[in-house]
Design a protein. Sequence first.
Length: 62
Amino acid sequence: MSKPAPIPELDEEQAAELAALTAAVAEADADLRAVPHEEMRAWLLELAAGNFDAPPPVARLL
């Protein structure tokens, strides 16, 4: 079995970008408000069909 490729060292800009993305994901995960995927999908399909008056789905606590 071969060894996995080593993880390359990050330069300062890449490290800052990784830190910002990690913080953004953590912030999003901490937010308990959510819209179920199927409700969001249905709304987006309404918009794509030209029904711009379709009410957006309501976020609710998980």
